[in-house]
Design a binder for this molecule. Structure first.
Ligand SMILES: Cc1ncc(COP(=O)(O)O)c(C=O)c1O
Length: 455
C-alpha cells in the first residue's frame, strides 16, 4: 500500500496566509476594532482582563450575545464557539436554568456572609457527583487551589508542594514553576514575583513516577497538586497506572493528593477521578461548576475534614488566610444549585460527548487525508489538536510540538470563517448545545485553511 507523504506548512506560506487573514479580519470587523480603540482609552490594552489580548486577531471580538454554543459579535457576525469561555461556559452560554435563577434573585439577595437554604442540598449533590463527603466554596479555581495548598500545609506541617512540569492551576504562586534543565525554576513570564518560589515548590515531569517517588521520599511534601491529565500545555494524558501509582506513593509518604478537575470535568459526569476510580484527598473544580457565575468548589475526605478542624482549632483565633468575602454567597450558592440540578447532568454529557466523538473522528480523517504528522488527544468533550504524530507523554514533548505561528494563522483563519477556538492552544470543547452541523463547519473551515497553507 502506498503511504501518504508527511507534509508540514512552510513558514513563508504561513506568513503569506497570515497577512491575508489579518486583512480579512479588519474588513469584516470594523465595529470590534472601533470598540477596541474606545476601550483602550480607559482599559489597559483595550480589554478588562489583559489575557483577552491573547486572541490572534488584530482586536478581540467584542461580544454582543452568547447563547448555547453560538456567539454573536458587535459586527453582527455569528460564530460556532468551541472555546466556550475557555471552559467557563462548558455547559453552554446562558443556560436557561441559570438565566431564570438570575432573574429571580431580586428578593433573595446576592451576598450576606450567611449560609442559605440551598446549602445543605448543594452539599449533598456535590458529594453524590464527586464522591467526597465535605466541601468548601471559593470564588475562583485559582483561589480554591490556593486554599487547598494552605490547608494541606496546615494539616501536614510540611512546607513544600509538588506540581508537574507544564501545569497550570490558575494564578497560584506556588504552582507557577517550570522544570528547566532538571531544576525547578520560577516561570520566566511572571510579573512582579519577588519570592523565591523554588524554596517551597518542586516540579517533576508528568508520568515520571520515579521522579515523584524521589521527591516524596524527602518527607517534605505536604501535597501533590495535579490535574488528572495536563490540559494547559496542549494535552498530556496519564500513562496507564501512573495516577494509581501516584496515589499509592502519596499514601506511603503521608503526602496529600489534590486533583484539580477544573478542566478534566469534561471527561464524564463526576469528572475524571470518578470515571477512573481514583480516591484523592482533595478535589477542586472551578470555572463551569456554577454555569459561568464566579464560583469554585473543593471537596475532601472525612479524614481530611478532621485534620482541617484540628488545624483550625490549634491555631490562634483570627485570620486563617483561607477564604474570600464573596465565596459561598447566595448568588454563588443559587447558581451552583441550578447548575448541579439542571445543567451539569448525565444527559448534558451524553450530548456533548456524542458531538465530540464526531469531531475527533473528523479531525483524525482530516489529518490522515492531508498526511500531517499531527494527533488528536481527548478527554470526553474536550479535544486537543497537537502538531506531533503521537500524543505527548510529558509537557516537554507537548512544548516541542508547538508552533505558535501555525496555531495563530489557523485560529485566525477559522475565526474569519465563523469557528472560534480557545486562543491559548488548539483546544476544542463541545458543549451539550454544540450541534453536528457546527462540527461539520469546523472541519470544512479547517480543511480550507489546510489547503490555503499548502498542508
Ligand atoms: C486546571 C486549572 N485549574 C485552575 C485554573 C484557574 O481558573 P481561574 O482562572 O478561573 O481561577 C485554570 C485556569 O485555566 C485551570 O486550567
Amino acid at each position: 500500500m502506498k503511504s501518504t507523504p508527511v507534509k508540514t506548512c512552510s513558514p513563508g506560506r504561513i506568513e503569506e496566509v497570515w497577512r491575508r487573514e489579518v486583512a480579512r479580519f479588519n474588513e469584516l470587523h470594523p465595529e470590534s476594532l472601533r470598540q477596541h480603540r474606545l476601550a483602550g482609552q480607559h482599559f489597559l490594552f483595550g480589554v478588562p482582563l489583559h489575557w483577552m489580548q491573547d486572541w490572534p486577531s488584530p482586536s478581540p471580538l467584542f461580544l454582543r450575545e452568547a447563547q448555547g454554543s453560538r456567539i454573536t459579535c458587535v459586527d453582527g457576525l455569528e460564530y460556532d464557539d468551541f472555546c466556550l469561555g475557555d471552559t467557563g461556559a462548558m455547559f453552554g452560554h446562558t443556560p436557561a436554568p441559570l438565566a431564570n435563577m438570575l432573574a429571580g434573585t431580586s428578593k433573595t439577595g446576592l451576598t450576606a456572609m450567611l449560609p442559605s437554604v440551598s446549602t445543605a442540598s448543594v452539599g449533598e449533590r456535590l458529594a453524590c457527583m464527586f464522591g467526597l463527603p465535605f466541601w468548601q466554596l471559593a470564588t475562583t479555581a485559582s483561589d480554591a487551589n490556593r486554599f487547598v495548598i494552605r490547608w494541606a500545609r496546615a494539616m501536614t506541617r510540611r512546607s513544600k508542594i509538588l506540581v508537574f512540569d507544564g501545569c497550570y492551576h490558575g494564578t497560584v504562586d506556588d504552582t507557577l514553576v517550570d522544570l528547566v534543565d532538571g531544576k525547578t525554576t520560577a516561570r520566566a513570564s511572571l510579573l512582579g514575583q519577588v519570592y523565591d518560589l523554588t524554596q517551597h515548590s518542586v516540579s517533576v515531569p508528568f508520568n515520571d513516577i520515579a521522579a515523584v517517588k524521589a521527591a516524596l521520599a524527602t518527607g517534605e511534601i505536604a501535597c501533590v497538586l495535579t490535574e488528572p491529565a495536563l490540559t494547559n500545555c496542549g494535552m498530556v494524558l496519564p500513562q496507564p497506572g501512573f495516577l494509581e501509582a501516584l496515589s499509592a506513593a502519596c499514601k506511603e509518604h503521608g503526602t496529600l493528593l489534590a486533583l484539580d478537575e477544573t478542566h478534566t470535568l469534561s471527561t464524564a459526569w463526576g469528572g475524571y477521578a470518578k470515571a477512573y476510580g481514583l480516591s484523592p484527598d482533595f478535589l477542586i473544580v472551578g470555572k463551569a461548576i456554577a454555569g459561568g457565575v464566579p464560583c469554585a468548589v473543593y471537596g475532601f475526605t472525612s479524614a481530611a475534614a478532621q485534620r482541617m478542624r484540628d488545624a483550625k482549632q490549634a491555631a490562634a483565633p483570627g485570620h486563617s488566610g483561607i477564604g474570600t468575602t464573596l465565596a459561598g454567597s447566595q448568588l454563588a450558592m443559587q447558581a451552583l444549585a441550578a447548575s448541579l440540578e439542571q445543567i451539569i447532568t448525565p444527559v448534558a454529557y451524553e450530548q456533548a460527548i456524542g458531538v465530540a466523538n464526531g469531531l475527533a473522528q473528523g479531525l483524525e480523517e482530516l489529518i490522515h487525508g492531508h498526511g500531517l504528522p499531527w494527533s488528536v488527544t481527548r478527554l470526553g468533550a474536550r479535544l486537543e489538536l497537537q502538531f506531533c504524530a503521537t500524543a505527548p507523554t510529558t509537557a516537554a514533548q507537548a512544548a516541542a510540538a508547538e508552533n505558535d505561528a501555525l496555531t495563530a494563522v489557523l485560529h485566525l483563519g477559522l475565526l474569519n470563517r465563523g469557528t472560534l477556538l480557545t486562543p491559548f492552544h488548539n483546544m476544542m470543547l463541545a458543549g451539550p448545545a454544540t450541534g453536528h452541523g457546527q462540527v461539520a463547519r469546523l472541519l470544512a473551515n479547517l480543511a480550507e485553511m489546510l489547503t490555503e497553507l499548502g498542508a
